[in-house]
Design a protein around this ligand. Sequence first.
Ligand SMILES: [Fe+2]
Ligand SMILES: [Fe+2]
Length: 276
Amino acid sequence: MENTTTPFPLSARPQVTFHFSNSPAVHHRGNAYLSHFWNALSIMAPSTERAAMRVLRNARKGIEDLRLRADIDAFLKQEGLHTREHRRFNTRLADLGYEAKAAVDRADRNLDAYLDRVDAPTGLALVIAGEHLIYALSRDLIGDPRVLEGMDPEVKRLFLWHALEEVEHQSVAHDVYVYLYGDGPSHRLRRAKALKDATLILGDTVRDILTDLMAVEPRPQPRQRPELARFMLLSPGYGRRALAHTLRFLVPGFNPWENSGDLLLVEETRQRLSVA
Ligand SMILES: [Fe+2]
Ligand SMILES: [Fe+2]
């Protein structure tokens, strides 16, 4: 039996780099609320990726299957490059006066404390759930052109590239878990519980960073706030649809890649980005 469900050999794209010297902090439709939502995800990325890499590097020691080891290696490379490029963008944001150091430190401490406290399967379950949440945020980023419409081109390219690779490596942590620990009801329950923990940690972190960014925003325009709500709930309904993607995780028998549109979407996005 195949130990990996990723439908193609995974690889990283070390040649991809970004240049943000002309990118503003308010880069999406001139709306600070919308822009700082994306900025909060960017500022959070190195923390969640560090935790995911810590867990998978550790789990790799127990993997003998060569293809699954190759998937882990590609996963680690992809996440490492995401961190490198998001740090580049985050430095640009800091240069423009937008930072959230306390919130990021808190996220790092929370994630480390969680992983120190729980056993290895529970830590891996947290990464599976976190990766699924990030998949849920990535799916319409690459699937619905309206989501990134009106964004600074370089910031848009950053999010498209990152979202593409999150969809590509959506099943690696899941496959590692199944290989090491199995896939019975008790394991599915553990992973479902981990979704609650991952949602709380990621949700609190995004909220805290967004609050810090809005606190230093020199030109807040409260009348722009409804546009963020509209974007999330109505058109294109990004948050509503991310929630629907998230909840599939709880459907009995859920497996990554069962949404058959994903493979086609990955191929289309590779062509759009011309980075494959
Ligand atoms: Fe990532
Ligand atoms: Fe990831």
